[in-house]
Write a protein that binds this ligand. Structure first.
Ligand code: AMP
Ligand code: GLY
Length: 419
């Protein structure tokens, strides 16, 4: 079977790495990929958002299954286009992907389905938002309704933060509509399933570390590290999440004629003594959560995704009982800026540490053949271990073998400060 993975990050490297191990897979392509994906797949120079060129490629080369990593091609309608052309693809349609791109759309579905989530109000004008915030008072959470590259959420603990938050959303991000939400308190975790809209195949749990600095300080990032499984979610909780969140969500989406297929990312807050509450849904796998879960998947990921894309009966995917940890190494200036061209040393030595695999994200090969930085998040160094401590010891032993100028990395991944 021939597989095409769309994207160029650490998530896509981990997907290619795992798919290439399937006995059924004879060929993996990655578009556009990175120097890491070129070790387990063949890179294709087509951008992830050039959906018609991707469809032409899949048709011409007889791709049996396309798997989409990032949200941009999903929102652009890659799944709709492939299906129209009779090409098998795993992911949500553009209308279903709105559960990620519109927080208002996601909230409406949650309310209709009775899914536990923070109480909220949608404000259509700045005046309305100011009045409502004044009336409610702190603490509260302000959210832009739309993709805002991780900068659309402001948690406000006092009236000055509310004032600054409104200025940020209306004057800096220039949003039209915001949601004002109740502040939830508790650990954050995420849970992933693969689905065809009806069948739900749990993939597993993780938690990530969103802020750039030690102790979860500084600006938000795409994620500086991840742990799977997350100790915050027991296996009993996972069943509750499927029953109280995933099943009702999928049923409501089917009833609206926009069934959700693909990887569903359920972002959770776990308030003490209450049911898990949804903070957000994403219409794709997480990054770096994918990297840790790919380390733990034991069964044949390809068969699962192929069956789900075909509407056939899917088999559950066993997960190892080990713990996997990912530590992201980012380039100088991240997350405000990023620096390219810094030579990366020690990659091979890092992979010799027991239980370690290094996934590439923002890397490139320079003119003389050196691996260099080429973007914000550069590498995700992963390790598995029998315990969280063992996985952390291994991952940081490997991280120390890698070096590049200006490297940004947290040394507390695996610790308690993720939210
Ligand atoms: P989101 O983009 O909706 O995932 O929000 C980004 C981050 O803001 C989350 O990971 C939480 O840390 C925080 N957050 C969002 N909504 C809430 C809420 N209702 N209560 C507390 N924290 C929140
Ligand atoms: N690590 C968070 C995300 O992928 O959205």
């Amino acid at each position: 079977m021939k597989v095409l993975v769309v994207g160029s990050g650490g998530r896509e490297h981990a997907l290619c790495w795992r798919l290439a191990q399937s006995p059924q897979v004879e060929k993996v392509w990655c578009a556009p990929g990175n120097p890491g994906t070129s070790e387990c797949a063949t890179n294709v120079t087509i951008r992830a958002d050039d959906i018609s060129a991707l469809a032409d490629f899949a048709a011409q080369f007889g791709v049996d299954l396309t798997i989409v990593g990032p949200e941009a091609p999903l929102v652009a309608g890659i799944v709709d286009l492939f299906r129209k052309r009779g090409l098998r693809i795993f992911g949500p349609t553009a209308s279903a992907a709105r559960i990620e791109s519109s927080k208002g759309f996601a909230k409406n579905l949650m309310v209709e389905a009775g899914i536990p989530t923070a109480a909220y109000r949608r404000c259509e004008s700045r005046r309305d938002a100011e009045d409502y915030c004044q009336q409610r008072g702190a603490p509260l959470v302000l959210k832009a309704d739309g993709l805002a590259a991780g900068k659309g959420v402001v948690v406000c603990y006092n009236s000055e933060e509310i004032r600054q938050g409104l200025i940020h959303l209306y004057d800096v991000i220039k949003t039209d509509t915001i949601l004002v939400e109740e502040l939830l308190i508790g650990p954050e975790a995420s849970f992933f399933v693969a689905t065809d809209g009806e069948q739900i195949v749990p993939i597993g749990s993780a938690h990530d570390y969103k802020r750039v600095g030690e102790g979860n300080t500084g600006p938000n990032t795409g994620g500086m590290g991840a742990v799977s499984p997350t100790p915050f979610l027991t296996s009993g909780d996972e069943a509750v999440v499927v029953e109280t969140i995933v099943q009702p969500l999928l049923a409501v989406m089917r009833s609206h004629g926009t069934p959700f297929s693909g990887f569903l990312y359920v972002g959770l807050m776990l308030p003490e003594g209450k049911l898990p509450h949804v903070i957000e849904f994403n219409a794709r796998f997480g990054d770096p959560e994918c990297q840790v879960l790919m380390r733990r998947i034991q069964g044949d990921l390809f068969s699962l995704l192929y069956d789900l894309a075909d509407g056939a009966t899917a088999q559950p995917l066993p997960l190892s009982s080990k713990t996997a940890v990912a530590v992201v190494q980012a380039s100088a200036g991240y997350p405000e800026t990023s620096r390219s061209g810094d030579q990366i040393l020690g990659l091979q030595r890092a992979e010799q540490v027991k239980g370690v695999a290094v996934f590439h994200a923002g890397t490139a090969i320079d003119k003389v053949g050196h691996v260099v930085t080429n973007g914000g998040r550069v590498l995700a160094v992963t390790a598995e271990g029998n315990t969280l401590e063992e996985a952390c010891d291994r991952v940081y032993e490997a991280c120390e073998k890698i070096s590049f100028a200006g490297r940004v990395m947290r040394s507390d991944i695996g610790g308690p400060n993720n939210s």
